[in-house]
Design a protein. Structure first.
Length: 478
C-alpha cells in the first residue's frame, strides 16, 4: 500500500515575487497532485469490511506480543514461534503450538483438554494413547468381543459372580488359595495332558528324591541341556557316576573348570592337546617365576618380535657433528683413500684440547640415567701414541634455555694407535657420563673433545664417530 506524497509545495509559491513564472499555479501541477492522491487512496484498505485478494504476511511476534491479536487484549493471540509452527498465547504465556502433524502444549502437564463441565463429545485415535490416569465415569468398553467393564471388586469369595466387574490380584489369590486343595492320588498320569507339567509350574524344592521312584529318571526323560550346574547339589557328580569317556571337550563350557576345581597333578603334559594352551587362555599374573621350571623358557619359545628393556645403542657419525666456535676442531673433511671407502672425519690437534658438538633425542623409553660412549677414530701417520676422548652433555626441555652448561666431562681410557696409517681404531667404552637435566622428551646436546693431557699421540686424531650406550626401562615408546 502506498502513502500519499506531495509533489508541489504550493505554500512556497506565496513567497515568490510578482512576475516570477514559478508563482503561477499550473494545471499540470494540480493534475499531478490529484494523481498522487488517487494512487494512495486506491491502495489503502477500508477501515471496515476489508477484503484481501493476496497473501498477507505478519511478523513472527512473541508470546507477550503476538503477531495476530485483539485490539483490547494485545497479549492474547497467535504468533509464529518457529519455522512451520503457529503458537497460541494467552496472558502473555504460550499455551499450544501447531506444527506439521503435531498439536502440542508448550509446557508439559499444563493445558487441559475440556473442563469438568464443558466436555468434548467423542475422541478418535488410531495409535497409542499414553496417560498417567484413566478415569471412566460410567463404564469401560473394550473392542473385540464387546466386553464392558463397570468397576473392580476386591471380593475374596467371588460371590457376586459379576460379568462386568474385574477382580483385584489379592482377591484372585485368596480365591485360588481357598480352592486349591487336591486329595492324595487325585492327580494321575492319565489325567494330565501331554506337556501339562512344565518347569515353570513346579515350585522350588517341590520335587524331592522321596517323590521319585527307583529308576524313574532315565536319560530318555531328560531334555537336552535340562541339567545345569545350578540344578546339581554339591558333590552330586562324582567320578563313579561318570561313564568312561563321557566327559569331552564339547561338553565342558568355557571357563567351567577353575583352578580350585582341579585335583593336584590333574593337568599333565600328556593331557593337553597340541597348541591347546594359548596366551588368550592364560590370565594376567598367572605365570610367575615360581611356576616356570628351570630352563623351561628358551629362545626358541620366545617370539622374534618381542623386545625387552635394557641397553640400547645410537651411533653418531662425524658428519653429524660440528666444531665448537671456540677451541673447536677442524671442519668436517672428506678424505679419499687409495682403496674403497672415503672417510668423513673431524681432525683434533695434538697441541691443545679441541671440541666438537652434536645433538641426540633419546626415545621416551630411556630411563633418564647415565650414558657411556665408545669412540671410532684413526690417524694418518705411523706414530703409535695414545688418544683420549672425553664426552659431556645436557638435556634441554621445551621452553628451557639452551644456554645451559654441560654436565661433567668424562674421559675414556686412552687407546694407542697401531702405527699403520688410516687403521680403524676403537677406544674402550667410557665410564658413566652424567647428563645435566636428564629427562625424556628433550633434546640432548653433547660435546666430544680430545684431552691431550691424557694422551701422547703426536699426530692429528681423526674422529670418525662415536657409539652412545643408554638404558631403557620400557620395551617401546607407547
Amino acid at each position: 500500500m502506498s502513502d500519499y506524497t506531495k509533489t508541489v509545495n504550493f505554500a512556497a509559491k506565496d513567497s515568490l515575487s510578482t512576475g516570477n513564472s514559478n508563482k503561477v499555479v499550473r494545471g499540470s501541477e494540480i493534475d499531478t497532485e490529484f494523481n498522487n492522491i488517487a494512487t494512495a487512496v486506491a491502495t489503502k484498505l477500508n477501515s471496515s469490511g476489508a477484503v484481501f485478494t493476496n497473501a498477507v504476511s505478519f511478523p513472527d511476534g512473541t508470546a507477550n506480543a503476538p503477531a495476530i491479536t485483539n485490539t483490547g487484549d494485545t497479549n492474547c493471540g497467535l504468533f509464529f514461534s518457529a519455522a512451520d509452527t503457529i503458537a497460541y498465547t494467552a496472558g502473555g504465556t504460550a499455551q499450544v503450538t501447531f506444527a506439521d502433524g503435531l498439536i502440542a502444549p508448550v509446557t508439559t502437564n499444563d493445558v487441559d483438554l475440556g473442563t469438568g463441565s464443558l466436555q468434548f463429545k467423542d475422541a478418535f485415535f488410531d495409535g497409542t494413547v499414553k496417560t498417567d490416569l484413566l478415569v471412566a465415569d460410567t463404564s469401560l468398553a473394550i473392542a473385540g468381543d464387546g466386553a464392558t467393564v463397570t468397576g473392580i471388586k476386591d471380593e475374596d469369595d467371588m460371590s457376586s459372580n459379576s460379568n462386568v466387574k474385574l477382580a483385584t490380584q489379592q482377591s484372585i489369590k485368596a480365591y485360588v488359595d481357598a480352592s486349591s486343595g487336591v486329595s492324595d492320588g487325585a492327580v494321575t498320569t492319565a489325567k494330565l495332558a501331554s506337556n501339562a507339567v512344565t518347569t515353570a509350574k513346579i515350585t522350588d524344592a517341590n520335587v524331592t528324591t522321596a517323590k521319585i521312584t527307583d529308576a524313574n529318571v532315565t536319560t530318555a526323560k531328560i531334555a537336552d541341556d535340562a541339567v545345569t550346574a545350578a540344578k546339581l547339589a554339591s558333590n552330586a557328580v562324582v567320578t563313579a557316576s561318570i561313564v568312561d569317556d563321557n566327559v569331552t571337550q564339547a561338553k565342558i563350557a568355557d571357563d567351567a573348570v577353575g583352578a580350585d576345581q582341579l585335583a593336584a597333578s590333574a593337568v599333565v603334559t600328556a593331557s593337553m592337546v597340541d597348541d591347546a594352551v594359548t596366551s588368550a587362555k592364560i590370565a594376567d599374573g598367572t605365570i610367575a617365576t615360581g611356576n616356570i621350571a628351570d630352563d623351561a623358557v628358551t629362545s626358541a619359545k620366545v617370539a622374534n618380535d618381542i623386545k625387552v628393556a635394557g641397553l640400547e645403542t645410537i651411533y653418531v657419525p662425524a658428519a653429524a657433528m660440528y666444531p665448537n666456535t671456540t677451541a673447536g676442531c677442524a671442519d668436517l673433511e672428506q678424505v679419499e683413500l687409495s682403496n674403497g671407502p672415503e672417510i668423513k672425519c673431524l681432525d683434533f690437534d695434538a697441541s691443545s684440547d679441541e671440541n666438537a658438538q652434536f645433538t641426540v633425542c633419546f626415545p621416551k623409553s630411556w630411563n633418564e640415567g647415565t650414558v657411556t660412549f665408545q669412540a671410532f677414530w684413526t690417524v694418518t701417520g705411523t706414530n703409535t701414541g695414545t688418544v683420549a676422548w672425553g664426552l659431556s652433555g645436557g638435556c634441554m626441555a621445551d621452553d628451557a634455555s639452551i644456554n645451559t652448561a654441560f654436565g661433567t666431562n668424562v674421559v675414556a681410557t686412552a687407546k694407542a694407535f697401531s702405527g699403520t696409517s688410516n687403521d680403524m681404531t676403537v677406544s674402550a667404552v667410557s665410564g658413566a657420563v652424567t647428563l645435566a637435566n636428564a629427562a625424556v622428551n628433550t633434546q640432548t646436546y653433547f660435546q666430544i673433545m680430545r684431552d691431550v693431557s691424557a694422551d701422547n699421540q703426536s699426530g692429528d686424531a681423526r674422529l670418525l664417530g662415536i657409539k652412545l650406550f643408554f638404558t631403557t626401562d620400557a620395551a617401546n615408546d607407547a
